[in-house]
Structure formats: C-alpha cells, structure tokens
Design a protein around this ligand. Structure first.
Ligand code: GAL
Length: 821
C-alpha cells in the first residue's frame, strides 16, 4: 500500500467514523424548546396510531402529513395487542411497530413514542391486557409489585426492541421523545400515597432505561425531574410546565373528538383549531401534537369505552380512510409553514407581550436581526381594530393574526382561504359485480348452551373479565331451576329478573329467546324483567352477556365490572320465589363459530351453509358472501345498513364491530359558529345510524374473489349490503381578492368540470353557491381554462386575471368556485 493509499484509508476511516457518530441526533431541552443537535426547534407533530390503519397505508399517511407541514409522528404503544397472553408476543401486520417507526424515518420525519403502557386512547381496557387484571394480588396503575413488574417487563421489552433497531434519535433514529404513563395527574388523587410512590417509580424506571432522549409525562403537574410535564386539551396557551427547565409542550391538541355508539359525528372547525395553535405558539409554546392527525379505524375488538364506535375518524386532518380533510388540512398547512418560517425568532427572540385589554393581546418576538408578531382577539363575539406599531389592524373575533415581519398580516386564523372537499361514496364499479350480493347463511350452534352445557362451573355469578379474560365479547351463563306444580308459589307465568353490569344481554328460557336488551350510552348496568312460561320440572336458563369495549379511562377503570353479577331472580306473584344468584352456574366463553374460526373462509368453506333462501331477522346467524374488489385505488367501505349488531370480517380480517341500528340523536347538527369546540355543536349525522359504513382497507382485498363474513347477533337483513369507494368528489373554494385560489383533487383524479365560478359577491356555501349582485364576466371561462383537465390549479384572485367586474367599490370581492374531481 502506497503512502497515498494509507493516508486515504486513514482519512476514510476517520470521516466514516465521524459520519456514523454524527448520525446520532442529540436531543435535549431547555426551558424554551426541545433542542435538536443543540438548536432550539419549533416542532409540529401529529398522532397516527399504527394499529388503526394498515402497514400499506402508513407511507401515504406520512406523506400527506409531511405535505401538511408536520415534522413528527406520535403514537402510543398498545400493550394488549403485543402481549395478548402473558409472555406471548405479537408484532405482526399492523402491530409491527418497528416497521411503523422505520416508515416514519424513511419519510424523513421524527417520532414521539408514548409507551404508556397505560394509554387510554379509547382503546380496549386502556391498552392493558386483561390477563393482568386476573393476576393474583395485582392492582393496576399504583404502587403494586405485581403490576410494576409487568409494566417494567413490557416497557423494557419495547425499549430494547427499539434500541436493537437503532430507532432512538440518540442512535441515529427518528424517536426524539418518549412518554411514560398517561395523564396520571388526572387520577393520582384517588390512589393516595401509593399513587404518589407509583409516580416516582414510573420516572425512575423510565430513566433507568437509558434511552438518551427526554421523557415526558402528560397531564402530570407533579411529574418528577427529569420528566417534562406536558399539556393535553383543546387549548394549552395558558399552560406552564412545573419546572423552569421544561419547555411548553402540548401532547394532545384535540382537533375533533371520538364517536360513541348512539352519538353524532363530532367536528371541530378549522378556525378554532388554528386559533388554538396560533395562541399556543404566541404564548411561548414550541412543540405541539395533534390528537389525532389520522384517527383511523378500531379494527377487531380493539375499541374501548364502553361503546366507542368502530370508526375513530376524530375529524382528523386525514379522514378515517386517509383522504385529506379540507379545509382543515389546508388551513393549518398554511399556519404551519408560517410558524416554521419564524422558528429562530420564536425560539431565540426576546418576548414582549402587550395587553390591549378586553381580550386583545400582541406578542412581539425579536432578535437583533428580525422580529415577528402575533395579534390575538379572544372575544368570541366582537371584532376589534387595534393601533399597533403605527398601523391599524382589524382583528376578527376569536382569531389570531400572524405578522412574520411585524408589519404585514400573513395569516389570520379565522379567515379560511382553503378549498373544502365533499367526500362522496361511489358504488362498486367492479366488473361483473351483480346488483345484489349472493348470500349464504348458517346458524350459530347454540344447542349445547341452550341445554346448559359449558366448559366450567362456579357456584355463583362470575364477573365477565374474570370468567373470560376478554377472549370474546360473548359469555354464556347457564343454570337450571326445578319448579314443581305442587310448590305453593307455583304459577305458569313468572318473571325472570336479571341485573347486569352490561353491556348487552340475551335471555333464553327453556331454549326460547325471551328477551334482550342493550345498555344506553353512559349507563351500562341495568336490570331487566322478562315474562317466562315455567314448566313443572327442570327449567333451563341461558343468558348471553355481551360486552362492547372495556372501559379505558378514570381512576380504577380497570375494576369496573362487566357481565352478570346479579341478582338473578325468579319472581312469581310479585315476590322473589327463587334467588338464582348462588345457583350452580355453568359457563362458556365465546361463540362456537369463533372457536371454529368460521370468520375465515379457509374454515368456513369446510362447513355447511344454506343458500337457497336467505333468512333474515334471525338472531345468532352467520352470513357469508363473495364480492369483487372495487376498481381503482380509492379507499373501500362496506355499507352494512339493514344489519343489526355483530362483527364483520373480510378475507378473515376483522373490520370491527358493526351496529347500524343505533341512531344518533336528531338534534345538534345545525349550522354552527366556529369559536370553542363542543361535542354537540358542529356535529353531523343527526338522526342517522351512528355508523353505517365500515372501512375495508385495500390491503385486505384480493384482485379476484373476496369473502365477507358477518356474525349477526341481533337479527338483520344483509340483502342491502354493498361495497363503495370513498373520495373527494366535489371541491370548492371561496377566497378574497388579493389572494390565490388553489384547488386540487385527491387520489390522482383530475378536475373534470367547473360547476360554479363567480368573482364578485357570490353567496352560499359549497354545494349551494349562487351569484350575488355583481360579478366579472369572464371569471367562469378563466377558471375553466386554468383548472379543467388538471390535478390542481391556482388562480390569482384579481380583476387582472378574472376581468373587470360591475361591483361597487365598497364591495369586498371574492372568487367562489365549485369543481368536480
Ligand atoms: C385523553 C387521553 C387520550 C384520549 C383522549 C380523548 O385524555 O390521554 O388517550 O383518550 O383523551 O380522545
């Protein structure tokens, strides 16, 4: 080797050593911000939970998030999907958290990992595996050795898996922050001294894992150092962390809300989200995370609650299926890019707040080189005009104006210049798909349970989690009672009274279904009286208890009982003649069909199905059909209208519980004003089934034949079931003169038609635009020429582009457009 080569090799070794060292990212923080490689940063994060979509969807979701101005993806870690049985682990399919994190990294984004492992999240049992509950001596979320040992075991397992893949920033990976526990401060009071010890233990345990990035604890004002306590809520501008060295971080900016069975679809308007975000950064916040950027779907039996719907759309920036939700996405994208453009001054500048009184406030951020200003008006009802740095500024009510140079208003949170999109459902365009699907059915085998046969016994009523470990929604309770004609109380007609902790109940007496009931949202325990016809001799009582997601929130949520805890009584002539609560009870967990896996066609096709005549309204029935996947790439949904309640599987994948017979209240969907979100204002879907359409991810589908299998417990009619695609069909924009109108289609579609375009004083909203009193003659033609045949277009909203109008000078002109994708 010549000298030259030796020197070169030496240099190479040195530089590559340097390169691999420098690929480690140093994450630290001070009281102002999170620092990445020593630089204070403004970070904008969005929550996407990996099991609420599919691995095939992740790259597209991240791409859209990045394009929307997001630089970090946040997720919880869901313990119960990874450790379904103690020390048996599952990281397959959409449980593959490592693949999820690597996909984030490939997209050029950071990650925040909220390990919990208690997560809340409207997730079954808050993420805890139910076997935990059944461990002797355990108490969850408190200073209890059995629990702490399990929590530490799982947390360590996750951390080690991630370390092995070098996914922490300190190893060159994307993860910049990690969370332990979740909102413990909301419940700590109920756990007393043991709760306080547990909090300290959580912090110590987390720190001992040596991940070399900061740890956070949300909603925990007593978070011990070095944990950063962070804020969750609709607004976090007023939040201050508990230590001067902790930056102001907002872990959950609730940009909508989740949906429960029996409720409407909640919506939070873009103007209100933008106001909350702008106020947060105005008041010194430097990192916020949207909860949820993409909510997604609660597949299988993953919903918590109880009574959380299968859709977890959340009114996120990306809808349940991954479509861009406009105008929210676009309005906030603009805000993100403006906030990011001010990163240095916001994180290093001096801060001068000026109180104008009456809810109006200015904040000036200034370095030697530059300055940036926020002007905010917190009045919900009154617009204000303020005189600030030698200019008058008009501030619409409940809004923040951002002036990146302290002169020009670049953005106002209440002025939406972004297109709206109307998401439309289109019929299945698959070739050769018949008008109506062909159905086969078979009964759920319940003969054994109706005659009292089960797999274990107890001499009392068992709580459902204890008896079933939540292996199924269904638990059979069976007993019998001997009545003799000669008993003094004998009467043929008696009443069976059952008290259950919920959530649903089917009652069979001597093999006949004699009654059923579901709890109403919010009140899950109930008592049910059913008339029964008693035989002289042995009478069989078979009760089927059904859960609809286990509780996930609140102090001691884990010990909230479910199932039939009694009493169960037989009543004759108004008085209790037999209390059956301490009878010998026989139990069977789950359905026969679940046991035989008949939701999967591989097993289903080995069984006998009836197809001559389709039976409807029959409880405890399995249905099966085949269908062709809709053409194209758009997301697919199945319309389950006509069915009662149950679970649906496509090619063996559960698409979740369905329950289209629960209807949302008919009121609360009126046009609404934007300030201050409320669950019942700005809602949609009033008077309609809470959920009629169910997401079928494209990756669940084959190009040829697909199987849909339903378990219908209540009785329904599958003949109306059909597959559809969901996409943004109509798009609209309505923007002021002097700005730019931008339109774009999703899913690779082209603008095919302009249905409306008027530059003047048009009235109405998307779908209902009308010409006003004046307009420019050529606007329609200009828009048509600029947009039709394109995936996106942008037009300067000015008379120069759109032609002279006949509007009076005092009219603020706007261009309104409605187009078809
Ligand atoms: C928070 C919780 C989240 C989620 C949210 C409501 O309290 O931390 O996990 O449950 O509420 O969607």
């Amino acid at each position: 080797m010549g000298i030259f080569n030796a020197v070169f090799l030496c240099l190479f070794v040195l530089t590559s050593g340097f390169l691999s060292l420098s690929s480690a990212i140093n994450v630290s923080h001070d009281g102002r911000a999170v620092l990445i490689n020593g630089q204070r940063r403004i970070l904008i994060s969005g929550a996407i939970h990996y099991p609420r979509s599919t691995a095939e969807m992740w790259p597209d979701l991240f791409r859209k998030a990045k394009e929307g101005g997001i630089d970090t993806i946040e997720t919880y870690v869901f313990w119960n999907i990874h450790e379904p049985r103690r020390r048996e682990y599952d990281f397959s399919g959409n449980r593959d958290i490592i693949r999820f994190l690597k996909t984030i990294q490939d997209a050029g984004l950071y990650a925040i990992l909220r390990i919990g492992p208690y997560v809340c999240a409207e997730w079954n049992y808050g993420g805890f595996p139910v076997w935990l509950h059944n461990m002797p001596g355990i108490e969850l979320r408190t200073d209890n050795e059995v629990f702490k040992n399990e929590m530490q075991n799982f947390t360590t397992l996750i951390v080690n898996m991630i370390k092995q893949e070098k996914l922490f920033a300190s190893q060159g990976g994307p993860i910049i922050l990690a969370q332990i526990e979740n909102e413990y401060g909301n419940v700590i009071g109920s756990y007393g001294a043991k709760g306080r010890n547990y909090l300290q233990w959580c912090a110590k345990m987390a720190t001992s894992l040596n991940i070399d990035i900061p740890w956070i604890m949300c909603q925990e004002k007593d978070a011990p150092q070095p944990m950063i306590n962070t804020c969750n809520g609709y607004f976090c501008d007023g939040f201050s962390p508990n230590n001067p060295n902790s930056p102001k971080i907002w872990t959950e900016n609730w940009i909508g809300w989740y949906k429960s069975w029996g409720e409407r679809d909640p919506h939070r308007r873009a103007e209100d989200v933008a106001f909350a975000v702008a106020r947060f950064y105005q008041k010194g916040g430097t990192l916020q995370n949207y909860y949820m950027y993409h909510g997604g779907t609660n597949f299988g039996r993953t919903t918590g609650g109880p009574y959380i719907a299968t859709s977890y759309d959340y009114d996120g920036f990306l809808d349940e299926y991954g479509n861009i939700n406009q105008p929210k996405w676009g309005h906030l994208k603009r805000l993100h890019s403006i906030i990011k453009s001010m990163e240095t001054v916001l994180t290093y500048g001096d801060v001068t707040p000026i109180d104008f009184g009456n809810g109006v406030e200015a904040t000036i951020y200034a370095t030697n080189e530059t300055s940036a200003c926020f002007l905010s008006n917190r009045n919900e009802m009154s617009d204000e005009t303020i005189y600030f740095q030698k200019n008058n500024y008009f501030l619409p009510r409940w809004s923040v104006s951002i002036l990146p140079d302290c002169k020009q208003v670049a953005y106002n949170t209440a002025i939406v210049n972004t297109q709206t999109s109307i998401i439309e459902k289109m019929p299945n365009k698959a070739e050769e798909e018949p008008e109506q699907l062909n159905w086969a059915w078979r009964p759920e085998y319940i003969k054994d349970t109706l005659s009292g046969k089960g797999s274990f016994k107890a001499d009392h009523l068992l709580e459902q989690k204890l008896a079933s470990s939540d292996a199924s929604d269904y638990l059979w309770y069976m007993t019998s009672v001997r009545i003799s004609k000669h008993d003094p109380f004998y009467s043929k007609h008696m009443t069976l009274r059952i008290k259950t902790e919920g959530h649903g109940l089917y009652i069979y007496f001597n093999g006949e279904l004699v009654g059923s009931q579901y709890a109403t949202t919010g009140k899950y325990s109930f008592e049910l009286d059913v008339p029964v016809t008693v035989k002289s001799g042995k009478n069989y009582i078979t009760l089927l208890s059904v859960t609809v997601g286990l509780a996930n929130y609140g102090a001691y949520f884990d010990i909230i009982p479910v199932g039939i805890t009694g009493p169960v009584q037989l009543i004759g002539n108004g008085s209790v003649v037999r209390d059956l609560s301490y009878n010998q009870w026989t139990y069977e967990v789950g359905l026969n069909g679940e046991d035989k896996k008949i939701y999967d066609n591989k097993y289903a096709q080995q069984l006998k199905w009836y197809s001559d005549e389709i039976i409807i309204k029959r409880p405890m029935t399995w249905y099966k059909t085949t269908f062709k996947a809709p053409l194209g790439l758009e997301p697919v949904v199945v319309d389950l209208q006509g069915l009662g309640k149950g679970e649906a599987w496509v090619n063996g994948h559960s698409i979740g519980r369905y329950w289209p017979t629960v209807i949302a209240p008919s009121d609360g969907c009126e046009e609404c004003d934007y300030p201050h979100f409320s669950k019942t204002r700005c809602a949609t879907n009033c008077g309609e089934p809470t959920q009629r359409w169910y997401h079928v991810p494209r990756s669940f589908l084959h190009t040829d034949n697909n199987t849909l299998i339903l378990f219908e417990e209540a009785g329904g009619n599958p003949t109306l079931v059909n597959f559809q695609t969901v996409t943004a069909g109509t798009i609209c924009a309505n923007v002021n003169e002097g700005t730019t109108l931008e339109l774009s289609c999703q899913g690779g579609h082209f603008i095919s038609d302009i249905q409306f375009a008027s530059f003047g004083d048009p009235v109405g909203t998307c779908g209902f635009f009308e010409k006003g009193t004046c307009e420019a003659d050529h606007a329609f033609l200009v828009v048509q020429k600029a947009c039709v045949g394109r995936k996106s277009c942008s037009i300067d909203v000015s008379e120069a582009t759109l032609g002279l109008s006949n509007c009076d000078n005092n009219i603020n002109k706007r261009l309104a457009v409605q187009a078809v994708c």
